[in-house]
Design a protein around this ligand. Structure first.
Ligand SMILES: [Fe+2]
Length: 213
């Protein structure tokens, strides 16, 4: 397959489209659902799925309303497709992050804990998953509850500037992801506090989400 036109990268609109006709469908794709806080309190292992019983799935449209963008791009031949999306959305820089026990050594546990601190950035957080898996948790703006997004290879996820979120590995304990940046990497995580509620990027985000709802 040659290089696709940008029209081929249309945003995946719904779970049914994902499973039925999207050109980049894979059998295993991102799954978003309501995070079960009570389950986490009972067993505070952040790597567990912590679903409700039955699961409360969250649609791609609901994520879109929170400003969270999702694409499914198969690993096979991913590079020109990611290049096209990067060009279209003006992502100029990129690097590779490999989070494993072996890679991080003694820092592993502390790093995993710090990724799981609720925070925001003043820039988009863009990840294309190349290997392994993990969970991005994002706050539902309306209810302030967590939505857990399970990502696997081929998932491209964009979290908007100003959204409260956190990340954890899952039971596989490994993830390899491409990080894309609009400009130079600005990776300051601002942990949630009354001060971050007043951050202009948070306020801008709050305004955009309120309009979208
Ligand atoms: Fe982050």
């Amino acid at each position: 397959m040659g290089l696709e036109t940008s029209a081929s990268y249309e945003f995946v609109r719904s779970q049914s489209e994902v499973s039925a006709c999207h050109p980049y469908v894979r059998p295993l794709i991102m799954k978003a659902y309501r995070f079960n806080d009570a389950s986490y309190v009972k067993n505070p292992d952040q790597r567990l799925a912590h679903t409700y019983e039955p699961e409360q799935l969250v649609s791609v449209e609901a994520l879109d309303r929170l400003g969270v963008k999702y694409w499914s791009i198969p690993i096979q031949g991913w590079e020109p497709k990611i290049d096209a999306i990067a060009a279209e959305r003006a992502y100029k820089n990129r690097d590779l992050i490999n989070v494993t026990k072996e890679g991080l050594g003694e820092l592993y546990e502390s790093k995993i804990k710090s990724f799981f601190e609720e925070h925001l950035h003043e820039d988009e957080e863009i990840r294309y998953i190349l290997d392994g898996s993990g969970y991005f948790d994002v706050r539902d703006f309306q209810t302030d509850s967590w939505i857990r997004i399970g990502v696997v290879p081929g998932d491209l996820l964009v979290l908007p500037a100003g959204i409260y979120h956190r990340f954890t590995l899952d039971h596989t304990n490994a993830i390899k992801a491409l990080r894309l940046f609009q400009d130079e990497p600005k990776w300051i995580p601002y942990n949630r506090s009354p001060e971050t509620d007043r951050n202009p990027f948070r306020q801008e985000y709050a305004k955009s989400v309120s309009i979208a709802v």
